[in-house]
Structure formats: structure tokens, C-alpha cells
Design a protein around this ligand. Structure first.
Ligand SMILES: NC(=O)c1ccc[n+]([C@@H]2O[C@H](COP(=O)([O-])OP(=O)(O)OC[C@H]3O[C@@H](n4cnc5c(N)ncnc54)[C@H](OP(=O)(O)O)[C@@H]3O)[C@@H](O)[C@H]2O)c1
Length: 261
């Protein structure tokens, strides 16, 4: 943690979507360790409860004497009512969110065009694109009123380099990149910051979800390579959030796997 000037994050309120697993959980823990207050959002309450406990431990371990608040809110990125009510459902200490990490996302399947299941198409578009844009709009309105705030969207190397079998997922991450860049340009000249963090291959539940719970298929994805860890990407997210207020990191990444195992 010593590479970060964490004082800039002390007592800030950070809302992380997709915080029940992987990159989102790792980012939430690192923000808590750095002395921020964190709101964890996702669908699976029991997973969020585990991450909430880990954030409380991380905050103590960070020994900053700051932050320490941690709450879980139920959020379904595909459900308009869930999105519309999220601000009202935040605890009182989180009424002013400083950083939104728009991390919730998924890939479903590796089917080629013509064979893509309609339900997978909807899941990816609604979660990765519509949900992310919806959350961004909610918080941009808030941030404009306060003339402050930071939106960190989690894109992907797939938003830069499309690949066969990933047409829809890649298209969603291209959309994240386009949306994030346009938003950043709209907000140039204001103190509101906008960042696109673009992970490469990170070992999380991502592949398990993509292969419909088939653990063998998911494990094969990471065979023979030393995949990035969720913590690696969490460091990039926290790094972008902890720059001086005058510095906007437009893009972090794409991050590639550096070596085989
Ligand atoms: N892993 C990689 O190789 C990789 C590479 C580049 C980019 N990314 C991106 O990184 C982000 C995080 O992925 P990860 O690798 O950490 O995968 P993960 O471990 O599967 O985590 C995905 C998170 O998204 C949440 N989520 C999915 N659908 C949701 C919905 N409808 N409403 C609310 N939350 C939802 C999940 O929570 P619930 O299921 O509890 O709702 C979970 O917390 C994604 O945007 C992904 O596209 C990942």
C-alpha cells in the first residue's frame, strides 16, 4: 500500500458495483485498507456479507484511523427499479458518494455469431452497457450538483482487441470505452474525473460465469499462464482514484498477462 498516497482517500465514500467477487471485491478491500468508506453492491447478499467483513478487517489492518464504514446494498444492474432506488437505499454516512467504480459485468458463452443465445446477448448488453450507463447517469447528476466526483468504469482489453467467440462481450466493452471517453470529454474543465480501467485476463469467477458454471472449462482458460490477480487490477483502480485532484487518468491499461506459468 505504501506506493499510494492514501491520505487523499481518507474518509471518502466509494461505491463499488460487482463487489461480491473478483476485481470488485479486491478493489473494495483495498479502498477500505486505504482509509475510505465503502459501499458494496451486487446481487448475492451472502457473498457481499463476506466481502463486508473482509473490508472491515482490511480497514483495521490499514491502521489509517480513517474510514471504517462498510455497507452492502442489493443491486441488479439489469433491473431498472433496483438502479433507480440505489441512491435512496444508501446508508446515511454514504449519502455523498465520492467515487463510483462501475465494475459489475460478465461474459456469457463463447458462441460464434449466428449461434449466440438470445438470453446471453441480453445479459451482456443489459449488465455491461445499459446498467453501466444507467449508473453513470445517476451519479453524473449528483456529481454535477456538487462539482466533484470520480467515475471509474471497468472496461477490458476486449474493448480494444476483439476476438472470435467474443463478439458480443467485446462489443459491450467497446461500448464502455466509447461511452467513458465521451463522458470524460463532456466533463473536461470540471473537477469531475472519468477513468476507464482495462484489465486483461484476470483469474476470477469471470470464466466460471462465462462457461455456465463448468469449472473444468473455466480452469482451462488459466492453464499455462500466470493470469493477473484481482488485486493487480484493484491497485490500478485505487491508484487512479488516489491521484491529485488535478490529475484525471483517462485510461489505465489495457493490462496484459506478462508471462506463462
Ligand atoms: N476477469 C477478467 O479476465 C476480466 C478481464 C477484463 C475485464 N473484466 C471485467 O471486470 C469486471 C469484473 O469482473 P470479474 O473478473 O471480477 O468477474 P466476477 O468475479 O465474475 O465478478 C463479476 C461481478 O459482477 C457482478 N454482477 C454480474 N451481473 C450483475 C448484475 N446483473 N447486477 C449486479 N451485479 C452483477 C457479480 O455479482 P453478483 O453475481 O453477486 O450480482 C460479481 O460481483 C467485469 O466488468 C468484467 O467484464 C474482467
Amino acid at each position: 500500500m505504501s506506493v499510494f498516497p492514501t491520505a487523499r482517500l481518507h474518509d471518502k465514500v466509494v461505491l463499488v458495483t460487482g463487489a461480491s467477487s473478483g476485481i470488485g471485491a479486491a478493489a473494495a478491500k483495498l479502498f477500505a485498507q486505504a482509509g475510505a468508506n465503502v459501499v458494496l453492491a451486487a446481487r448475492r447478499a451472502e457473498k457481499l456479507a463476506d466481502v463486508q467483513a473482509a473490508c472491515q478487517e482490511a480497514n483495521k489492518a490499514g491502521s489509517t484511523g480513517h474510514g471504517g464504514h462498510c455497507a452492502a446494498v442489493s443491486l441488479d444492474m439489469r433491473n431498472t427499479e433496483s438502479l433507480d432506488t440505489v441512491l435512496q437505499r444508501l446508508p446515511s454516512w454514504a449519502s455523498t458518494v465520492d467515487v463510483l467504480v462501475n465494475n459489475a459485468g460478465l461474459a456469457m458463452g463463447t458462441a460464434k455469431v449466428g449461434e449466440i443465445r438470445a438470453e446471453d446477448l441480453d445479459a451482456m448488453l443489459e449488465t455491461n452497457v445499459r446498467g453501466l450507463i444507467y449508473m453513470s447517469q445517476l451519479f453524473v447528476r449528483e456529481f454535477k450538483q456538487r462539482n466533484a466526483g470520480h467515475i471509474i468504469n471497468i472496461g477490458s482489453v476486449a474493448g480494444v482487441e476483439p476476438y472470435p467467440g467474443g463478439s458480443v462481450y467485446c462489443a459491450t466493452k467497446f461500448a464502455v470505452r466509447a461511452f467513458t471517453e465521451a463522458l470524460m470529454k463532456e466533463l473536461v474543465g470540471t473537477p469531475i474525473r472519468v477513468t476507464n480501467v482495462q484489465p486483461g485476463m484476470v483469474e476470477t469467477e469471470f470464466s466460471l460465469v462465462r462457461y455456465y458454471g463448468d469449472k473444468d472449462a473455466a480452469d482451462k482458460v488459466y492453464h499455462g499462464i500466470e493470469a493477473l490477480t484481482p488485486h493487480d487490477i484493484a491497485e490500478e483502480i485505487v491508484w487512479a482514484a488516489s491521484r491529485p485532484a488535478r490529475v484525471n487518468i483517462a485510461e489505465a491499461g489495457p493490462f496484459h498477462v506478462a508471462r506463462s506459468s
